[in-house]
Design a protein around this ligand. Sequence first.
Ligand code: THU
Length: 131
Amino acid sequence: MIEIKELIKKALEIKSRAYAPYSNFHVACVVMTKSGKIFEGINIENSAYSPTLCAERNALSTAITHGEREFVYIVITGDSDYTYPCGVCRQFIREFADCDTRIVVAKDSENYKTYTIDELLPESFSKKDLK
Ligand code: THU
């Protein structure tokens, strides 16, 4: 699909902007909102380690700061063949993904895998529990 391929291309382009002097592992995330807007994020590490911000939470936080809360695609690419979102990011994504949101884990524009959040984080705790 052209749209997914373009988002992967953008993620691959921005990956080198990751600030990862400690792990040297670069990750990029590009999200597309239901309104068609695109936001980007890269991982930003910290010398105290735990304040490190993952690319996914960076991209989603930027989108949410701009008033967007609904996502069609969350595209992730990193320095491993297929870089999957960490557990914290899966929970973070859970908050804003619905059953139509596609989480795309990409090696390159020709090689990618697509998931729903229910596949990546089954039986999860979410806002529905607090209702
Ligand atoms: N990282 C991400 O940006 N996203 C993930 O979901 C997995 C891990 C980053 C955090 C850290 O800067 C580096 O990859 C190595 O763990």
